[in-house]
Design a protein around this ligand. Structure first.
Ligand code: R5P
Length: 307
């Protein structure tokens, strides 16, 4: 088993390596003078089971690094190359919902497969169906057990798990079932990309603690709308959790000013110091990924990780 990391989230890769007690393979990632990316795997990977850890969060160079590392591993005769993509960026572009738009998620899946990946591991894909965009096996993990273990210590009763939009309903149901709460839903509309409007709250939240799980927080607009709508309906304490902390544009300013108990994210994407505030808590998915990688390497089932 060999672990390689791009530069997108080296701290996560180091934690995974520590969990597996396998050192990270030495890799040179450099730039030509014009910015072109150069990668070289500095150790022999011939016949090895290679795992390349790299989320495809912005900037797009992260995607290019991943593709180059996959290509380098294949050309160096690795026995199997698994792309460990904790956050699969471009996933929101998963259909042609307007004339003349690209299907970015399919394109990225094609690129990863074409580069030579034999397998993909990811967490909380924006849509479960994205697995079908790859003609190779995909192990789709959920951050839910990591969040549930955290919230079980929080005594949230009486709890309502609130889906921030229709797409998040299945995820919210999973949290409600595991944490023992009721469910509510926000009727959200998107007049433009990254602009969200709350139409109404479906369900009773008055006097209840609310947990709003989502797959990602980008600009924070969805959460701001949801929190204000829930407060207006008389919600007690509000907790926000999201797997992927994109935290772009005004997100930090918006979220740090919200009347919520806690904003909890995972480390699928590296959150730099300047994007952290006291109310932000980061849970690690390193153990989850490490166990999945161990099971894959050992040809064992990964389904125990959904418990
Ligand atoms: C929407 O489908 C997603 O699950 C998130 O709710 C959304 O992408 C978050 O974006 P923002 O933070 O910009 O509202």
């Amino acid at each position: 088993m060999m672990l390689l990391s791009g530069t997108a989230n080296r701290p996560l890769a180091e934690q995974i390596a520590a969990e597996l007690e396998v050192p990270l393979c030495s890799v040179t990632i450099d730039r030509f003078a014009d910015g072109e990316i150069f990668v070289r795997i500095d150790e022999n990977v011939r016949g090895r089971d290679v795992f390349i850890i790299q989320p495809t969060s912005a900037p797009a160079e992260n995607v290019m690094e991943l593709l180059l590392l996959i290509d380098a591993a294949q050309r160096a005769s690795a026995a199997r190359v698994t792309a460990v993509v904790p956050y699969f960026g471009y996933a929101r572009q998963d259909r042609k919902d307007q004339p003349r738009v690209a299907i970015g998620a399919k394109l990225l899946a094609n690129l990863i497969v074409e580069a030579g990946a034999d397998r993909v591991v990811s967490i909380d894909l924006h849509q479960h169906q994205l697995q079908a965009f790859f003609d190779i096996p995909v192990d789709h993990l959920y951050a839910l057990p990591v969040f549930v273990a955290h919230y079980e210590t929080r005594h949230l009763d009486p709890l309502v798990v609130v889906a921030s939009d229709v797409g998040a309903a299945k995820m919210a149901r999973g949290y409600a079932r595991r944490l023992g709460g009721e469910m509510a839903m926000i009727d959200k509309r998107r007049p433009a990309p990254n602009v969200s409007e709350v139409a109404t709250v479906v369900g009773d939240v008055k006097g209840k603690n609310c947990l709003i799980p989502d797959d990602m927080i980008d600009t924070g607009g969805t959460m701001v709308g949801a929190v204000h709508a829930l407060k207006e309906k008389g919600a007690e304490d509000i907790f926000i959790c999201a797997t992927h902390a994109l935290l772009s544009g005004p997100a930090v300013e918006r979220l740090s000013g919200l009347p919520v108990k806690e904003v909890t994210v995972t480390d699928t994407i590296f959150v730099p110091e300047e994007k952290r505030w006291p109310g932000l808590r980061t849970l690690s998915v390193a153990k989850l990924l490490a166990r999945a990688m161990y099971f894959i390497h050992d040809n064992e089932s990964v389904s125990s990780l959904f418990e």
